[in-house]
Design a protein around this ligand. Sequence first.
Ligand code: 3PY
Length: 253
Amino acid sequence: MKTRNVVAANWKMNKTLSEGLSLIKDIQAQLENYQPNCKVILCPPSFFLGAIDSANLPEKLSFGAQDCSQHTKGAYTGEISANQIASTVADYVIIGHSERRAYHQENAISLAEKVDRALAAGLRPIFCIGESLQQREDGSYLDVVADQITSSLFHLESSAFAHLILAYEPVWAIGTGKTASADQAQEMHAHIRKHIALKYGEELASSTSILYGGSCNGDNAKELFAKPDVDGGLIGGASLEAAKFMPIIKAFD
Ligand code: 3PY
């Protein structure tokens, strides 16, 4: 397995607890006699994480949350801290998904704080970046994504940056059924890797996993993942059924 290969499921606000636990069982059953050529991470709603029996952790599956608070602890009703997430089965946390940037006014500063909290708690952030349709069309998309990385991540020491996974998710491809073409994804992923190399050097850049997200599914995953700088996917709708999710994992075969 190329160590950069990752397929991560972003369940968003879907499923009841019992439906979620049964989906985990379905995926686990599918993985029983199959060795994936990628790390598989499931990110259900956070409270599901506490219900996964840590004594009987599904083999071959890792878990993450979909967000964490920018604060460490205290009077923040409704928030969930990175430490609380780390006290469950989770090792990962998605930070900066475009839905959170858009609906919860998350910005470069709050996202940098979330990344800091996550790393301090021992979690690995899956940090999302991506341009809007307007930015794609006006030609600023490469600069926009580089700026998102610089402003929320480049305060980190290289030893901390090494714990990150990046997910390029063009906003125009999220929940729209539109996908970036494999060539569009490769152009951006290569640009992201070059941007990381300029700050942290080639070695760290070439070991960083950069995932593609945005309507990635069993039909397009193979072509996307075949590109040299696309290391897997952050999967939305197609991760909600084992029958649709497994072909994406198998796209690495
Ligand atoms: C999508 O696939 O639409 C996503 O937003 C994954 O995070």
